[in-house]
Design a protein around this ligand. Structure first.
Ligand code: SAM
Ligand code: SF4
Length: 453
């Protein structure tokens, strides 16, 4: 498109399924399409373009895509076929041609590594009136093509620093849909973080499928670890808080553990998926860590940073899981004590090694998952209840759901709501917690003093 050509206003609706990385990618796609005149809208009705950014991690997540596409087809017909429908994300990568066969009204199928080509692909569809598909893993990365000025994401925002995975866990599609592990150079991450802070972002979560395996080119040309990158990011004035997700236990180095002690911007909160408490199942999962490795990491982090809290992911009913294996998972959960955790029934994914093994019956998986989730819910409630009466630092992000309320996040990312009409967005204040709801905390503003970190 000619840079001086007048832009015709067009409506873009993006639907995001799945992980935080998809949330980040959706925002980037909106940024890439902004120069073409696309403005984000909240509903698909009447949109010129609808992007479905999809997740393939579990079967139910993939199934959602086709039922949602069926609904979009009706809306497309209402526009006389003018609405352009794009399927992006991991289902696009994994199912490519199948999507166009099952849903021939889809115009574009674009894998996670090809988003930067969206403008070119849209032009191709307009020119040829045929659907376009791009699921290549190109040599140049999409990060090289991000627009300089991106839309403000909020006081708390995500920044992708690493993509793909080389670990090949037996159950997981990520190495197939997101490709080989690759780390973004520190210079481009730092430049993006500075832009975000200039727009008002105060907390950044660094994202990667395997974020603690980060090994990008540093500012001095050497290879930087995640701990080194975090150290540099903490120097950005106005960037008050840092987090990173998702980590793999076998990449949890002593250097990174010590960063939780030495880097004042780094939150005392870690998402560390363990998946199972049984060494036999961890080996079957090709996880490359044992249950005791996880225990050691948790203990060491609590030693260097006593207020550390943990979240995790669990898969129940991986092929081969016996009652004894499940009991080992429950034992690990009870002894660790989580602030929060995500747990899923194992879902066979086509093309992954565990999918071809004999499967555990659904009723067995369901019963185990129910027991695990009851324990995790109890731990989450206890963790939240444990904050009542304590004074904690809250980063305010805006107004609450009801008039006269403002809301923010605790050190542990818990939503905190306070009765106040002050404008504190972007500031950290002390709040005394008065009440714990299942998924949020209520509190009172303790003082009017602004805390720097
Ligand atoms: N890289 C992270 C790690 O190593 O733990 C996890 C990334 S994955 C996108 C997020 C979570 O989805 C995993 O931790 C796992 O618990 C869950 N998951 C992945 N594949 C799954 C499957 N086939 N069935 C059920 N849950 C699955
Ligand atoms: Fe999937 Fe995480 Fe294993 Fe990589 S390390 S294969 S992303 S579960």
């Amino acid at each position: 498109m000619n840079a001086t050509a007048p832009k015709i206003a067009k409506k873009l609706h993006v639907v995001t399924h799945g992980c935080q990385m998809n949330v980040y990618d959706s925002a980037r796609m909106a940024d890439i399409l902004a120069p073409l005149g696309y403005t984000p809208v909240d509903a698909p009705e009447g949109a010129d373009m609808v992007i479905m950014n999809t997740c393939h991690i579990r079967e139910r997540a993939s199934d959602k895509v086709f039922s949602a596409l069926g609904r979009l087809r009706v809306l497309k017909e209402d526009t006389g076929g003018q609405m352009m429908i794009a399927v992006t994300g991991c289902v696009a990568q994994a199912e490519g041609e199948i999507i166009l066969k099952r849903a021939p009204y889809v115009d574009l199928v674009v894998g996670p590594q090809a988003y930067h080509r969206l403008p070119e692909l849209i032009a191709q569809v307009h020119r040829s009136q045929n659907a376009a598909i791009d699921t290549d893993f190109p040599v140049e990365t999409k990060f090289d093509h991000l627009p300089e000025a991106a839309a403000f994401q909020g006081v708390i925002a995500n920044l992708t620093i690493q993509e793909g995975c080389d670990k090949f866990c037996s159950f997981c599609v990520v190495p197939y849909t997101r490709g080989a592990e690759s780390s973004r150079p520190a210079a481009s991450i730092i430049a993006e973080a500075k832009r975000m802070v200039a727009q008002g972002t105060r907390e950044i979560a660094l994202l990667g499928q395997n974020v603690n395996a980060y090994h990008g080119e540093g500012l001095d040309g050497s290879t930087w670890s995640l701990a080194r990158l975090l150290e540099e990011l903490a120097k950005i004035p106005g960037l008050l808080r840092l987090r990173y997700t998702t980590s793999h236990p076998s990449d949890m180095t002593e250097e990174l553990i010590l960063a939780h002690r030495d880097n004042p911007a780094l939150m005392p909160f870690l998402h560390l998926p363990v998946q199972s408490g049984s060494d036999k199942i961890l080996a079957a999962m090709n996880r490359k860590h044992k249950a005791d490795d996880f225990r050691r990491i948790v203990a060491r982090l609590r030693e260097v940073r006593p207020d550390m809290a943990f979240t995790s992911d669990f898969i129940i009913g991986h092929p081969g899981e016996t009652e004894q294996d499940f009991a080992a998972t429950m034992a690990l959960v009870r002894e660790t004590g989580f602030a929060l955790a995500y747990s899923f029934n194992y879902s066979p994914r086509p093309g992954t090694p565990a999918a071809s093994l004999p499967q555990i019956p659904d009723e067995v998986k369901n019963a185990r998952l129910y027991e695990l989730q009851a324990e995790l819910r109890r731990q989450q409630d206890a963790f939240n209840a444990g904050t009542v009466g304590l004074t904690t630092k809250v980063l305010f992000t805006g107004t609450g759901r009801y008039p006269g309320q403002i809301a923010g996040r605790s050190l542990y990312a818990q939503p905190v709501v306070v009765d106040s009409s002050e404008t504190l967005t972007g500031q950290i204040r002390h709040v005394t917690i008065t009440h714990a709801n299942p998924n949020s905390l209520l509190g009172t503003l303790d003082n009017k003093e602004i805390i720097a970190a």
